[in-house]
Ligand binder design. Structure first.
Ligand code: PMP
Length: 356
C-alpha cells in the first residue's frame, strides 16, 4: 500500500478471481466457462472484423448491439445498458442506487463480488444467511429498506428461485431496486426479463460469459425500465463511455444471430450436468439441485479444501470457497463429457487412497 491510498480504501479486500493458469495444462473446471468455443458466426465475424479500424473508438452507445438485444428480449434499446462483463453492470448498480443512507442486502453465501462492491462504495450491507439446505428464503427480502441483489441461480449453490418468488420480492420492495443477477439463467432457471414491463424497480443482469462462450470478450448487460437504465448510463458515461470495445460489440451481435447454437450447447451442458451429478452421487457425494453450469458437491470423508488439492495434484482444477458454510463443498464447472470423465477418474483415485 502506498502512503497515498485513500483512507476509505484501507480495509478493502478485493475480489479474488478463480485461478487462471496460463499454460492450460489443467482440466479447467473452476471458473464456469463454457467448454464450447464461440459460435462459427462469431469467429467468422471476428476474423472479418477490420482490425485496421482499431484506431477508431467504438460506438459509445453500442447502438447496434443494444438494438439486437432489445429485439431478442422484446424490449426497447432504452431498456438495455452494456457493460465490460456483467461485473461492470453490477458495479454501476451498486454505485447508482446505494449510498451512506441507502444500503444493500444479499445472501451471505452468494457471488463474492457483492461484498467487495459494498465495501468499495462504503455501503452498509445486510448479509442474509441461507437456509440450512442452502436455499434462499424469499421472506428474508420482504421487510426491507435496502437494494436487493440476488443471483438466480445462486452461486455457488446453483439453487434457483421461481419466478413467482422473485415477483413476490419485487412487490414487497416498490421503493427499492431489486437486482436479479442471471449470469447462469440459461442452464435451466426461469428468467425475470418478462417482469420488466411491470416492475420499474427490476434490474436483470446477464452476461455473454457463460452460456454464450465469450468470457474472454468481457460483455454483460443490464435490462430494466427506461428510468433505471438511464441512471446506469449516467454512471457508465461518467466512468468509461467506451467500456465495450469494437471487437466485442461485433462478437455480441454475431452471437445473437446464432441463438440456436448456444441453445443446443446449453442442452448438452444440462445432460452432462445430470450425468456427472448421478456419477458423483453413486460415489457418496452430496449435491444441491444445481440449475447452473456447475455442481456444488461435498466429497464423502474429505474436507472441501483437501478434495480440491488432491484434484489439483491430478490436473483437475475446481473451486473451493474457504468459508464456514461452504467449507465442506467444492464448486465444479460442468465442462465437456470428456472433462467430467477426467474429474470422475481423478475422484476415483482419490477415494481409493484419500490419505495420500
Ligand atoms: N454474476 C455471477 C453470479 C457470477 O458468478 C459471475 C462470474 N464470475 C458474474 C456475475 C460476472 O461475470 P462476467 O463479468 O464475466 O459477466
Amino acid at each position: 500500500m502506498s502512503r497515498f491510498l485513500s483512507k476509505r480504501l484501507f480495509a478493502l479486500s478485493p475480489y479474488v478471481a478463480g485461478e487462471q493458469p496460463q499454460d492450460m495444462q489443467y482440466v479447467k473446471l473452476n471458473t464456469n466457462e463454457s467448454p464450447f468455443p464461440p459460435s462459427p458466426g462469431v469467429i467468422r465475424r471476428l476474423s472479418e472484423a477490420e482490425a485496421g479500424k482499431l484506431n477508431l473508438y467504438p460506438d459509445p452507445e453500442g447502438r447496434a448491439l443494444r438494438q439486437k438485444l432489445a429485439e431478442y428480449y422484446g424490449l426497447k434499446s432504452e431498456n438495455v445498458v452494456l457493460g465490460n462483463g456483467s461485473d461492470e453492470i453490477l458495479s454501476f448498480a451498486f454505485s447508482a442506487f446505494c449510498d451512506g443512507e441507502n444500503p444493500v442486502t444479499y445472501p451471505a453465501t452468494s457471488y463474492g463480488f457483492y461484498p467487495v462492491f459494498a465495501a468499495l462504495y462504503g455501503l452498509r450491507a445486510r448479509e442474509v444467511p441461507l437456509r440450512e439446505d442452502f436455499s434462499i428464503d424469499p421472506e428474508d427480502y420482504k421487510q426491507n429498506d435496502a437494494m436487493v441483489v440476488l443471483a438466480n441461480p445462486n452461486a455457488p449453490t446453483g439453487l434457483a428461485l421461481d419466478l413467482d418468488e422473485i415477483e413476490g420480492i419485487l412487490q414487497a420492495n416498490p421503493d427499492r431496486v431489486v437486482v436479479v443477477d442471471e449470469a447462469y439463467v440459461d442452464f435451466g432457471a426461469q428468467s425475470a426479463v418478462a417482469l420488466i414491463p411491470r416492475y420499474e424497480n427490476l434490474l436483470v443482469v446477464q452476461t455473454f460469459s457463460k452460456a454464450r462462450s465469450m468470457a474472454g470478450a468481457r460483455l454483460g448487460y443490464g435490462l430494466g425500465s427506461e428510468a433505471l437504465i438511464c441512471d446506469l448510463q449516467t454512471i457508465r458515461n461518467s466512468t468509461n463511455p467506451y467500456n465495450v470495445n469494437r471487437l466485442t460489440l461485433l462478437a455480441g451481435e454475431a452471437a445473437l444471430d446464432d441463438a440456436a447454437y448456444y441453445e443446443e450447447n446449453c442442452r448438452t451442458i444440462q445432460k452432462t450436468r445430470a450425468f456427472a451429478a448421478e456419477e458423483l452421487k453413486k460415489r457418496g457425494f452430496v449435491l444441491t439441485n444445481s440449475l447452473a453450469n456447475f455442481l456444488f458437491a461435498k466429497c464423502p470423508g474429505l474436507p472441501g479444501k483437501r478434495y480440491y488439492q488432491l484434484l489439483k495434484e491430478r490436473g483437475v482444477l475446481v473451486r473451493h470457497f474457504d468459508k464456514p458454510v461452504t467449507t465442506d463443498y467444492v464448486r465444479i464447472t460442468v465442462g465437456s463429457l470428456a472433462q467430467m470423465q477426467r474429474l470422475l477418474e481423478a475422484t476415483d483415485e482419490i477415494l481409493a487412497r484419500p490419505e495420500d
